[in-house]
Design a protein around this ligand. Structure first.
Ligand code: AMP
Length: 440
């Protein structure tokens, strides 16, 4: 099922295409018809499941053009960061339609926010405290709100927003659709639902994929793209357990490049999927992988989000994701009922910082495997691999001034080596004979 199969309109479909989003995630599939029906809805879903679009898409689908001042949809969330994030998602989805949205949160300039509201909006995203302030000042009237969303309601109640939510509901029209999303269904959340909702429909997605503890995680440190390709080839040749391998690659270009190399070595065993492929070739790639015709599917992160594939024996991260959350999403795709899933990650020195950030997030290390003896290590670096070693922005910590030796301290002995550049190796390097042109 793709977004084309949902009852969306052209502007939304075009916006989704621009985002490279093709498949609705499970919560998006489930929520769409229910929210469209106008009934009250409780969604149990965590961040990362695509829950924001799950409620935004049907709401935007039903909002027609209007020049009315007062908003028709209201979304309340616990933090200003979420307001900004959700407002950003609305802007992306309304690139091709005349829907006006505004974010309202404490800490932002109240006069600028009021001014935007005076000019007229269709959707307001807000934190409850600031929203009530503005309403009490008479700068916003909520009598036209037809769709009322409370997102991350469990977090909202944890933060003590219960009274503000109640006060807010008092100024909303009685005839409205209530939509609530929560990561967990606590007794507080249930109490709020029972008090305010009309026999809501409940939709729920279990946290995506296999829990991390059930996944065997390994990694290989490799110098560059071509060595990674050689290593993948070698692993596929030698490890028969690798019979349903989902290979993640960051960009479409890289995916194409890898496919060209690997598909040549393993004819009729490799599939490729990314958003530039035609609808039918994507469909075939998924079917062939799912039913076992193809042993490997090479996919980009974005396209893989909504894919429903079971029994993946191995997830192979051909690159190390710079967003740690992407790593968690990727490896959650492996795992079978009877066996632990296996996740293998390739990291170049450029990507080592990303890996450290992922390990920090998981609070566990990823074992580094020895490179196989017969691996052909390439000395050819792609243009994009020639840059400086990058460190993940989350991982980069400012050095403490107290311990700093200043900018002009002597380099450590080990850091004094000069890079010979262009991948050429020192002739005295004993490893030299292992390095040769890639076979591809
Ligand atoms: P959320 O759970 O709403 O926080 O969404 C998690 C991330 O998934 C966000 O970065 C979304 O932009 C992205 N996303 C949402 N729906 C899809 C989809 N159908 N395909 C690919 N990415 C998506």
């Amino acid at each position: 099922m793709t977004f084309e199969d949902l009852n969306l309109n052209k502007p939304l479909l075009q916006a989704l295409t621009d985002l490279d989003f093709v498949y609705p995630t499970p919560i998006q599939k489930q929520a769409f018809p229910v929210i469209m029906s106008g009934r009250d809805v409780v969604g149990i879903a965590q961040t990362g499941t695509g829950k924001t679009f799950a409620y935004l898409l049907p709401i935007l689908r039903q909002l027609t053009f209007s020049d009315q001042i007062e908003p028709r949809a209201l979304i309340v969330v616990p933090t200003r960061e979420l307001v900004v994030q959700i407002e950003g998602e609305i802007k992306k989805l309304t690139k091709y339609s005349y829907i006006r949205s505004a974010g309202v949160y404490g800490g932002g300039n109240i006069n600028t926010q009021k001014q935007t509201l005076y000019e007229g909006v269709d959707i307001v995203v807000a934190t409850p405290g600031r929203l009530l302030d503005i309403v009490l000042h008479g700068a916003l009237r909520l009598h036209s709100v037809q769709k009322f969303v409370i997102d991350e309601v469990d977090e909202m109640l944890n933060l003590g927003f219960r009274t503000q939510l109640r006060n807010l509901m008092d100024v909303l029209p009685a005839r409205r659709q209530n939509i609530m999303f929560s990561a967990t269904l606590t007794s507080d959340v249930e109490a709020l639902i029972n008090d305010t909702f009309n026999t809501p429909d409940k939709i729920e997605v279990t946290p995506h994929g296999t829990p991390i503890e059930k996944i065997i995680q390994k990694s290989f440190h490799v110098p560059n793209f071509f060595t990674k390709a050689n290593l993948l080839e070698l692993l596929l040749k030698t490890d028969n357990e690798m019979n349903k391998v989902l290979v993640f690659v960051k960009t479409k270009r890289m995916a194409d490049r890898l496919f060209e190399i690997i598909a040549n070595k393993f004819p009729d065993q490799i599939g490729l999927i990314h958003s530039d492929r035609t609808q039918s070739s994507r469909l075939h790639a998924v079917q062939n992988f799912d039913n076992g015709t193809h042993r490997v599917l090479i996919a980009t992160d974005v396209i893989a989000r909504g894919l429903d594939i079971t029994d993946v024996s191995h997830v192979l991260n051909f690159d190390t994701p710079d967003e740690s959350a992407d790593y968690i999403h990727r490896i959650g795709r492996t795992g079978r009922a009877d066996k632990d899933g296996i996740a293998i990650t390739f990291s170049t020195s450029q990507e080592r910082g990303y890996k450290a950030a992922i390990e920090e997030l998981m609070n566990r290390t990823i074992d580094v495997e020895k490179l196989p003896e017969d691996l052909v290590v390439s000395t050819v670096f792609l243009e994009e691999e020639k840059g400086p070693v990058l460190f993940d922005k989350h991982y980069l910590k400012a050095p403490s001034i107290k311990n700093s030796k200043g900018a002009f301290h002597e380099k450590k002995e080990s850091n004094k080596k000069v890079n010979s550049g262009s991948g050429k190796r020192d002739s005295k390097n004993p490893k030299k004979k292992k390095y040769q042109r890639p076979k591809y």
